[in-house]
Design a binder for this molecule. Structure first.
Ligand SMILES: *[C@@H]1O[C@H](CO)[C@@H](O)[C@H](O)[C@H]1NC(C)=O
Ligand SMILES: *[C@@H]1O[C@H](CO)[C@@H](O)[C@H](O)[C@H]1NC(C)=O
Length: 420
């Protein structure tokens, strides 16, 4: 503070003296100025000089003060081991990009922070979130479609509506709620300063039919218990089974409420699908038909990449080999050596898997059977699943004896295949 005053004061004085010089040269000649005018000007300068430091320190504390960032938070939720890890990856990214807002994580109240040995990875990661990423932890009953907490041992309910708990954070002026099947490429702190409004969201530009619905991957919301109560009462009514199976119920709810009133955040560059790198026509994402698609430039400006390459699995599940061969971006678009789309697309997946291993110590879940996945009609759910556990890096390294070699070999192969 003190340093800043001494920086800024001379500039102020210089400015005002130069402006009085201007008066002097362009105005009346000094002889015509009665002496008392000089006294008035001197008093005015003195008053300004006295007032300037206090008003500047006031505005400084508003802009740079610890105070204001306390009003803003990112809100994520963990409903199982996988989403806990992926939430950690988002917090890790926020920390790395220097986000100044607070961080909140909702987690199931049947978990705890007591680490029972090396394999209690959930507790380890919760403690890590708190210590390393300064996350405020909130134990909660997970919300599901019926608005009740699901049986802790059944993983069959759609928990995505748990994200609406962000509305309960009324200690903050504004909250950014994010899904965790994403890669964050920059922080989103600028969105906290949008004009005040109950909800701001981007559109799901990848939908065929217009108007595109709002995408619940990113919600900039104003916390409100009344709003939360409205959502939970909607959940109580239950939902269309197909929507629930496709993990789309949260999106339906939020569109019913805000479709025509939300402030729309431009999807470009805030949210891009990983599948954009497989697309042939990029006019929806780009927002025009005249711009040429440049994958590297698109990646460089994007803030969030949302993993979605159905029927290929999410990045924490390994690619079935046939599936990869069938689905990966072809190198047709940009002439010889133009495999940039494929390179970037693979790198996004490889990077997610590497961070999962480095930050959480998780390897990837084995690949599903491609033929059965591919032919699932309603199938968004088949490769979303986090129901089966991924092997831990430690499990593999920690075991001794004959079997360890084969486990290790398998895991090494998995990592190599993941990253390759
Ligand atoms: C891409 O799609 C838009 C409409 O969605 C269409 O107007 C445009 O002609 C298409 N571009 C190409 C190259 O096919
Ligand atoms: C996925 O949805 C289908 C019906 O849409 C259902 O039969 C199947 O059990 C679901 N799978 C999982 C893993 O939830």
């Amino acid at each position: 503070m003190r340093k800043r005053h001494s920086d800024e004061l001379p500039r102020f004085l210089r400015d005002s003296s130069s402006s009085s010089n201007n008066n002097y040269s362009h105005g009346q000649s000094p002889q015509q100025w009665p002496r008392r005018y000089y006294i008035y000007v001197a008093i005015l300068l003195l008053v300004c000089w006295l007032m300037y430091p206090s008003s500047s320190s006031h505005s400084l504390s508003h802009e740079h003060g610890v105070d204001s960032w306390n009003n803003y938070a990112y809100s994520l939720y963990a409903s199982d081991s996988a989403t806990l890890c992926h939430a950690l990856l988002v917090f890790h990214a926020l920390e790395r990009f220097g986000s100044k807002a607070e961080r909140v994580l909702f987690y199931p109240d049947y978990w705890d922070l007591k680490i029972d040995g090396k394999l209690d990875r959930d507790s380890q990661l919760l403690v890590e979130a708190k210590r390393r990423y300064k996350v405020k932890l909130k134990a909660t009953k997970l919300l599901n479609v019926e608005g009740r907490s699901a049986d802790a041992w059944l993983n069959t309910f759609d928990k995505s509506v748990t994200k609406f708990l962000a509305f309960s954070l009324t200690a903050y002026k504004r909250v950014i709620a994010l899904d965790t099947d994403i890669t964050l490429l920059a922080h989103l702190d600028d969105l906290f300063h949008l004009p005040a409004t109950p909800m701001a969201m981007p559109r799901a530009y990848w939908y065929k039919a217009k108007p595109w619905p709002l995408s619940s991957v990113l919600m900039v919301l104003t916390p409100s218990l009344a709003e939360l109560a409205r959502f939970t009462s909607e959940m109580d009514k239950g939902a269309d089974e197909a929507l629930v199976a496709a993990h789309k119920f949260d999106m339906q709810l939020v569109n019913d409420r805000f479709e025509h009133s939300a402030m729309v955040i431009p999807h470009r560059p805030y949210i891009m699908l990983s599948g954009e790198f497989r697309a042939k026509n990029h006019s929806s994402y780009l927002g025009n038909t005249f711009e040429e698609w440049d994958p590297a430039a698109a990646l460089a400006e994007a803030r969030i990449v949302h993993f979605s390459d159905w029927p290929l699995p999410k990045p924490w599940i390994m690619w079935p080999h046939e599936g990869l061969a069938e689905m990966q971006p072809d190198c047709a678009g940009r002439g010889a050596g133009g495999c940039e789309d494929r390179r970037i697309w693979k790198e996004l997946y490889g990077d997610f898997r590497k961070r999962r291993r480095d930050v959480c110590g998780y390897l990837s879940v084995p690949a599903p059977d491609w033929v059965s996945v591919k032919d699932t009609v309603h199938g968004d759910n088949a490769t979303e699943g986090t129901g089966y556990a991924a092997p831990h890096v430690d499990d593999v390294e920690g075991k001794a004896g004959g079997s360890a070699d084969s486990v290790l070999a398998e895991a090494t192969k998995n990592v190599a295949a993941d990253l390759g």
